[in-house]
Design a protein. Structure first.
Lengths: 129, 510
């Protein structure tokens, strides 16, 4: 599968494809029942193309894959987490535009030394589970 | 096929009860170890009600294309003998869809409380296309089309237990909810009528949602909304399909937020429209609380008389109303043209709306029945096939009447009894049905208007229009005034249709 596509992660594949990935991985934790998730969904492929070869982009359905969602304490969806070397580099909750997600990823990659999750000034839509 | 990649996750035959913890998202009852072991099986499992021999299996593993229960049809893969229950089956849309689906091989059941017949009768109106009592209609469906329809007379609000028992008996895999009062003007007559509409629509839908939660949570609900819920914002902001896309941005105070996933603003224009907006929220919440799955179908103004099924025999015809309360604009225009009443434009007549022909609406509904939403998904589609102003439609009816039937049709402007903008921008997003569900309109406005003229000019229908011509001109004012509207102008038809009157269609492609 080309890395320019949005990948689909599961509990079974998450460790290998995300945590052990050589590239940073941007993961959209989402739910079928979540309207913001559905609206973000079409942009994930566009993000994969935008960052083609630099990062992997994929999504994980939290209802179908409860172990991973629980492990990363997903408290609302969509939650976006950027992983690098098996670690959480940065995370945000709530729908974002493509432009905002691109900026989020680029900024996170630039400031890799920061391991703590910072909330950006602009909070997006948040849907609790 | 538009739905070939859907999986059992979408399928109403899936049994997820007790097998999927939808609150796994941070609120899970079960806490998993803080480790990921690829050998440990944590993926969800489910059972199939149609294929129990599968046992527990991964509901994302089998697609509609692969499942023998889903069979190819013109409108997508469809469950074999799919059980579809139509609420409001005696109505204009309900009866038409029952015959349409029956001929496609669905097992159709339906309920009705005959409210529509009673409301129309109360107003002193009648359907201009005669329809039989339900027993006769059912008999004709069997005799002419070979369709067995399982019908019960039930009020979904006041007879909730009976509805529940019927649902438990039939176990519908899709429910189409048409059992609502569709009339803005009826809801504005007086307080009693406003209450009647809101009680019937809002409480009926609310009762249905609870019943579905308790009996058939995996069944998809197709609930009819209306494009009128959105109103007509004078800024010209597009009328999105119910929910903002993620790249819709709210800017304020030097900051910005994505509106993605939030319901778009509603601006109802009658107490009927308010009831539909309330329905929207009730369905939205039920999906969120109970993981019901629903399409909220924002249908444009419906028009026409034809499907192959209802035209197969006079006894199979669906009702057709032309009065000020239940007659939609194109249907009313054609009836006026047939008996020589100038077509009535309200105010400037530059109101713009989305429209769809009866036959095309049936296809849209079928395509959506074939592609059930995912668990908990509240999905919205704008169900229209063309966007026209009232003037454009009046011109078109006049032209067809004159050119094809030699009728001297006139157009008049009358006072607008409604509180609405007579002139406004209008851009409706119409993206999902054509792009996601493979729908292409088959019926042009001109063709359907022609069919309507042909039917309305038959002796019996023309006589029935004449008999009730006094209920066509509006007397229901939003202000509460009780008097018939007065003519403002008899319009000159000699000129060409102005530039902005040309029939146009907005589509948004990305």
């Amino acid at each position: 599968m080309s890395e320019s596509e949005c990948l689909k992660f599961t509990d079974k594949t998450f460790k290998k494809e995300v945590l052990e990935s050589n590239l940073p991985v941007f993961v959209d934790f989402w739910g079928s029942w979540c309207p913001p998730c559905k609206m973000v969904e079409p942009m994930m492929g566009e993000l994969a193309n935008h960052f083609d070869g630099k990062i992997k982009v994929g999504k994980l359905n939290v209802d179908q894959n409860p172990q991973t969602g629980s492990m990363f304490s997903i408290g609302g969806v969509p939650t976006f987490i950027l992983f690098k070397n098996g670690q959480v580099l940065e995370r945000i909750i709530g729908a974002r535009s493509k432009k905002q997600l691109v900026e989020f990823i680029e900024n996170a990659l630039k400031s890799q030394t920061s391991k703590t999750s910072k909330q950006p000034k602009s909070q997006g839509v948040e849907r609790s589970a | 096929m538009h739905n070939d990649k859907c999986t059992c996750w979408n399928c109403p035959a899936i049994d997820l009860a007790g097998k999927v913890d939808f609150r796994a998202c941070g609120q899970s009852v079960k806490q998993f170890d803080k480790s990921l072991d690829s050998t440990q099986e944590t993926h969800i499992m489910a059972e199939c009600k149609r294929r129990p021999e599968l046992g527990l299996y991964d509901p994302t593993a089998i697609t509609f294309q692969e499942c023998p229960e889903w069979q190819e049809t013109t409108f997508g893969y469809m469950l074999k003998d799919m059980r579809v229950m139509i609420l409001g089956i005696d109505g204009y849309l309900g009866w038409t869809l029952a015959l349409w689906l029956g001929l496609l091989g669905c097992k159709v059941s339906g309920v009705d409380n005959y409210n529509r017949r009673n409301w129309v009768k109360e107003r002193g109106a009648h359907t201009i296309v005669p329809i039989d009592r339900m027993n006769e209609r059912l008999r004709a469906a069997k005799e002419v089309l070979g369709i067995d329809i399982d019908f019960r007379q039930i009020d979904i609000y006041t007879q909730r237990q009976r509805l529940k028992e019927f649902i438990e008996e039939v176990k519908p895999e899709s429910i189409v909810h048409y059992a609502e009062n569709p009339s803005p003007a009826f809801s504005m007559i007086d307080v009693e009528h406003a209450i009647e509409v809101q009680k019937n629509n809002v409480l009926g839908t609310l009762a249905l949602l609870f019943t579905m939660r308790d009996t058939i949570p995996e069944t998809s609900l197709l609930k009819l909304g209306t494009m009128g819920e959105y109103g007509t914002p004078l800024t010209g902001r597009p009328l999105f399909e119910g929910i903002f896309p993620a790249d819709a941005i709210l800017q304020w105070d030097g900051r910005e937020w994505s509106l993605g996933g939030e319901l778009t603003p509603r601006d109802p224009v009658s107490f009927y429209h308010v009831s539909k907006v309330q329905d929207t929220f009730n369905v939205y919440e039920a999906c969120k609380y109970w993981w019901l799955r629903s399409y909220d179908i924002m249908q444009g103004v419906i028009f026409g008389v034809h499907t192959d099924q209802v035209a197969a025999d006079p006894r199979l015809r669906t009702r057709l109303d032309i009065d000020e309360w239940f007659g939609t604009i194109i249907n009313r225009f054609v009836a006026q043209a047939v008996i020589g009443i100038p077509l009535t434009l309200y105010g400037l007549g530059k109101q713009i709306r989305g429209f769809i022909a009866l036959r095309d609406a049936m296809e849209c509904m079928t395509r959506l029945i074939c592609a059930p939403p995912e668990p908990g998904q509240y999905a919205v589609v704008n169900q229209i096939s063309g966007i026209y102003s009232a003037r454009q439609l009046a011109y078109t009816v006049a032209k067809v009447g004159k050119d094809c039937f030699n009728l001297p049709v006139q157009i008049q402007r009358v006072e607008n009894p409604r509180v609405e903008a007579d002139e406004h921008p209008f851009e409706a997003i119409y993206e999902k049905l054509p792009k996601r569900y493979g729908f292409e309109p088959k019926v042009t406005v001109e063709d359907e208007i022609t069919r309507m003229f042909e039917l309305f000019l038959t002796a019996e229908v023309k006589k029935r229009i004449e008999e009730r011509k006094q209920v066509i001109m509006p007397k229901t004012w939003w202000s509460g005034v009780k008097r018939e509207v007065e003519r403002l102008e008899l319009m000159d038809l000699k000129g060409e249709i102005e530039e902005d009157e040309r029939i146009r269609m907005f589509k948004v492609h990305r």
